[in-house]
Write a protein that binds this ligand. Structure first.
Ligand SMILES: C[S@@+](CC[C@H](N)C(=O)[O-])C[C@H]1O[C@@H](n2cnc3c(N)ncnc32)[C@H](O)[C@@H]1O
Length: 276
C-alpha cells in the first residue's frame, strides 16, 4: 500500500513539474512570437523583450542555445592550462541570467577565477543573475548592469572574455569587440563566442550556407532584433586569431524539422604565438 502511494506521489510530482515547465515555455514562446518590443533605446527594447520572461528564461534557453556548453567546455580547457596562476579574470559579456557561470561551475571549480564579471544591460536579467550569486554564495562573482560597449572591468586584464548568444543582439558589435580586445590579456587571453549565424555569400566551406538559409534565418531572427549577419564572424576572423571553431545545426523547441545554424569559436589576440 505505502509502495503504491509512493509511486503515485512520484508520478504526481513528475506531472506537476512537467506542467510547470510547459507553462514556463508557453510564457517564453508568447514573448518571442507575439511580444511587442517597445522603447526608444536599446536598453528599453531589451527590457520590454526580456522583462516578462526573465524568471523563466533559463529552462527554455537550455534547449535552444546549443553552443553554450561546448563553448564553455572549450574555454575551461584553456583556463586549466593556466591553473597555476592566481589572477584569472573572466568577463561574460551580455551574460543575462548568469547561466554561463552556473554551467561553468558544473564544468570546473569557479575558484579557478580570481574574479568573474557578468555584464548585461538588461535590468530584469541582472536581477535573476544577482539572485543566483546570493543562492550559490559565489563570492568572486559580480553582476554589473552596463552596456558592454562602454564597460571595462575593474580587475584587468581579462584572461577570458565570453559572448554567448549576445553578440548577435548588440547592434554596435564592432565597438563591443574592440572594447573587449582592449582589456583581453594580450599574452594569454581567450575570447570565446557562441551564437547563431548565417554565412557570407562566399565563406569557408565548413560554414557555407545557401541563399535560402541565409535569407530565411536572418529574416526570422530580425523580428526579435537579433542580427545573424556574417559581419560579426568576419570581423572576429580579421581582428583575432582563430584557435578553435565548430559549426553546427540545432533544433528549436516546439518547432519541427527546422534547424538553425550556430557556432562555437575561440580566438586569441592577433600575432600571439598560440603554443598552449
Ligand atoms: C540571448 S541573450 C544571451 C544571454 C546569456 N549570454 C545566455 O547565454 O543565456 C542576449 C543578452 O545580451 C544582452 N545584451 C544585448 N545588448 C547588450 C549590450 N549592449 N550590453 C550588455 N548586454 C547586452 C541582453 O540583455 C541579453 O541578456
Amino acid at each position: 500500500m505505502s509502495m503504491c502511494l509512493c509511486v503515485m506521489g512520484f508520478f504526481y510530482l513528475a506531472e506537476m513539474e512537467l506542467v510547470r515547465n510547459l507553462c514556463n515555455d508557453v510564457q517564453v514562446l508568447k514573448s518571442i512570437w507575439f511580444g511587442k518590443i517597445t522603447g526608444s533605446s536599446h536598453k528599453e527594447r531589451l527590457e520590454s523583450f526580456y522583462g516578462p520572461q526573465a524568471h523563466v528564461y533559463d529552462h527554455f534557453r537550455a534547449r535552444f542555445l546549443h553552443g553554450r556548453i561546448g563553448m564553455l567546455r572549450a574555454c575551461a580547457r584553456e583556463m586549466h592550462k593556466l591553473q597555476g596562476r592566481k589572477d584569472l579574470v573572466w568577463v561574460d559579456l551580455g551574460g543575462g541570467t548568469g547561466q554561463n557561470v552556473e554551467t561553468m561551475a558544473s564544468i570546473c571549480d569557479l575558484s579557478l577565477f580570481k574574479k568573474v564579471y557578468v555584464v548585461d544591460i538588461c535590468g530584469p536579467l541582472c536581477d535573476v543573475a544577482r539572485e543566483k550569486v546570493a543562492k550559490y554564495g559565489w563570492t568572486n562573482v559580480e553582476v554589473v548592469e552596463a552596456d558592454v560597449c562602454d564597460y571595462e572591468p575593474e580587475a584587468s586584464p581579462a584572461t577570458l572574455v565570453t559572448f554567448s548568444y549576445s553578440l548577435s543582439m548588440i547592434p554596435p558589435f564592432l565597438n563591443a569587440l574592440d572594447k573587449a580586445s582592449r582589456y583581453l590579456d594580450p599574452a594569454v587571453g581567450i575570447l570565446g563566442v557562441s551564437d547563431f549565424f548565417t554565412s557570407l555569400k562566399h565563406d569557408k566551406t565548413e560554414r557555407q550556407h545557401g541563399y535560402l538559409t541565409r535569407w530565411f534565418w536572418r529574416s526570422i531572427f530580425d523580428l526579435d532584433n537579433i542580427d545573424l549577419g556574417p559581419e560579426r564572424r568576419q570581423y572576429m576572423d580579421y581582428k583575432f586569431e582563430t584557435v578553435y571553431e565548430e559549426n553546427h545545426l540545432g533544433y528549436i523547441p516546439y518547432v519541427p524539422i527546422l534547424q538553425v545554424p550556430y557556432y562555437i569559436w575561440l580566438g586569441v589576440a592577433n600575432g600571439l604565438q598560440y603554443v598552449r
